[in-house]
Design a protein around this ligand. Structure first.
Ligand SMILES: Cc1cc2nc3c(=O)[nH]c(=O)nc-3n(C[C@H](O)[C@H](O)[C@H](O)COP(=O)(O)OP(=O)(O)OC[C@H]3O[C@@H](n4cnc5c(N)ncnc54)[C@H](O)[C@@H]3O)c2cc1C
Length: 447
């Protein structure tokens, strides 16, 4: 089977590249072995909230020059501010066109989203059902907040979140209440509510009748309030419509909060991207896994997958977006790490002693170094194998070295912008190829 492009990985980096290529009419295939990090994510798009030195930044796009000085190999430094901004704007508009509104602040400042622990995390884009707490005055216009869960649901504990929120000086004058609202007909479900995950609850609340009864129970339990914070239990497909309906039924302003995995806010993004990509004619080989590839003349010629055995898949260009250790794109041994499929060159490690790769405290103020490890690439995001650049292979997202998505708060921003940049390179190559076939002298720059 021959394609224009093959993309390895079905996370936000791979799907961004796939959609942009399919929009440009390239015959594209995505191979996705398993779930992406979106199933664990908040569904908000972080661009940059901390520089590599640890300095906090509120205006991500104003900091690219400083970032480039501190970290010239950072993926953002390779792309530059204009392409990165263009990529994030394109993503926002594309998601809007397919029914998912993502908002940023009009002054280009990060905003805060509330976490299930009742703390705040800076981000750039949030879904319209996530309340954007202003960076410098998070409690602005709020006098009373209700943190509400589903009775028996174990993946969000409002009391814990409320206790942490009350510790914040900005919330000293805000009344914070908690409530647990029962799901209708729970006695008929033959399971204890504490066995339910967000996805099970979303199926119950998709039923209009049950949603109405849930709305009445909410109003009785909560009373008057400015904002109701609820766990994200409203489905990935129709979830936004269900929340809007619940807002109408209750008169409350609602705010979704991500839960323990599966995170419906992240899955909502992934499902929407996959559906749109397929509607553009793109192919997804879900559940298949690329095992190895063959290289000739510094080009990747063909790849092999677990399901297709000896039948290779071929393309003009390839993207490797197989994620970090979490998604098994990278593999760690005791003293070194490897890129799992092709054995591509890895960026130099800070130390071969693995004890220097992480902090002893999981929630540390210092970065876990292993998160910045990954594949070395040139300015065009092309990797090398044994020192030779592979000219028809690009890398995007968490497989890349030289950035720390969690410490910097840059995970989805880097994934989207590098996936987008790789797509632009692939589209330009197709266009150059087409023009060189029709107007050879034009393509060579002779006229
Ligand atoms: C727990 C967690 C929470 C996060 N929360 C946020 C957040 O709230 N906001 C934010 O901006 N960022 C967040 N991030 C960071 C961000 O989500 C990631 O950096 C980003 O999603 C990475 O996307 P990716 O496409 O590069 O990789 P992934 O999402 O990891 O996707 C890699 C894909 O490649 C596939 N794959 C791997 N090997 C193969 C193979 N051999 N063949 C075929 N397919 C293969 C995997 O199955 C998977 O589908 C979070 C990260 C984690 C781990």
């Amino acid at each position: 089977m021959k394609f224009d492009n093959i993309i390895i990985g079905g996370g936000v980096a791979g799907l961004t590249c796939a959609i942009r290529c399919a929009q440009a009419g390239l015959k594209t295939a995505v191979i996705a072995a398993g779930q992406s990090a979106l199933h664990f994510s908040s569904g908000s798009i972080d661009v940059l909230s901390r520089l590599p030195t640890g300095a906090v930044t509120h205006y991500p796009f104003n900091e690219f020059e400083t970032l480039a000085n501190q970290s010239p190999d950072h993926p953002y430094s390779k792309l530059g501010v204009d392409v990165t901004h263009q990529a994030i704007d394109w993503y926002q508009q594309t998601m809007k066109n397919i029914g998912i509104e993502l908002h940023h602040q009009p002054d280009d400042c990060n905003h805060l989203r509330i976490t299930p622990m009742g703390t705040f995390k800076a981000t750039w884009l949030s879904q319209s059902t996530v309340h954007p707490f202003p960076m410098f005055e998070p409690a602005k216009a709020l006098h009373k907040i209700a943190l509400v869960t589903i009775d028996g649901f174990r993946d969000f504990q409002p009391q814990l979140a409320a206790d942490n929120l009350r510790l914040l000086p900005q919330f000293a004058n805000v009344e914070i209440t908690t409530a647990a609202v029962a799901l209708p007909n729970v006695e008929l479900m033959q399971r204890n509510p504490c066995e339910y995950r967000s996805i099970d609850i979303s199926r119950v609340l998709a039923d209009d009748n049950k949603l109405q009864r849930f709305a009445s129970a909410m109003k009785n339990a909560i009373g008057e309030t400015d904002l109701v914070v609820l766990p994200a239990v409203f489905g990935n497909g129709t979830g936004i419509k269900v929340i809007k309906k619940l807002e109408q039924l209750t008169g409350y302003q609602l705010c979704e909060i991500p839960t323990m995995p599966p995170s419906l806010l992240g899955i909502r993004l992934e499902d929407a991207m996959k559906s749109y990509y397929k509607s553009l004619g793109g192919l997804i080989l879900a559940g298949d896994e690329v095992t190895h590839g063959e290289f000739e003349n510094n080009q990747l010629q063909r790849i092999f997958t677990r399901h297709h055995g000896d039948m290779p898949l071929m393309a003009n260009n390839y993207l490797l977006a197989s994620g970090s250790f979490f998604s098994r794109g990278l593999h760690a041994e005791r003293h070194h790490i490897e890129e799992a499929i092709f054995g591509l060159d890895i960026a130099p490690l800070i130390s071969t002693n693995h004890q220097h790769w992480y902090q002893s405290q999981f929630f540390s103020e210092q970065p876990h170094q292993f998160l910045a490890m990954g594949v070395e690439t040139n300015q065009h995001l092309q990797p090398s194998l044994n020192g030779n650049t592979i000219t028809n292979l690009y890398c995007a997202g968490a497989i890349l070295a030289h950035y720390n998505p969690i410490f910097e708060g840059s995970g989805s921003g880097v994934a989207i912008s590098t996936g987008y940049h790789a797509a632009l390179s692939m589209i330009a190559l197709r266009d150059n190829y087409a023009s060189s076939a029709i107007f050879p002298s034009l393509a060579e720059g002779n006229i």
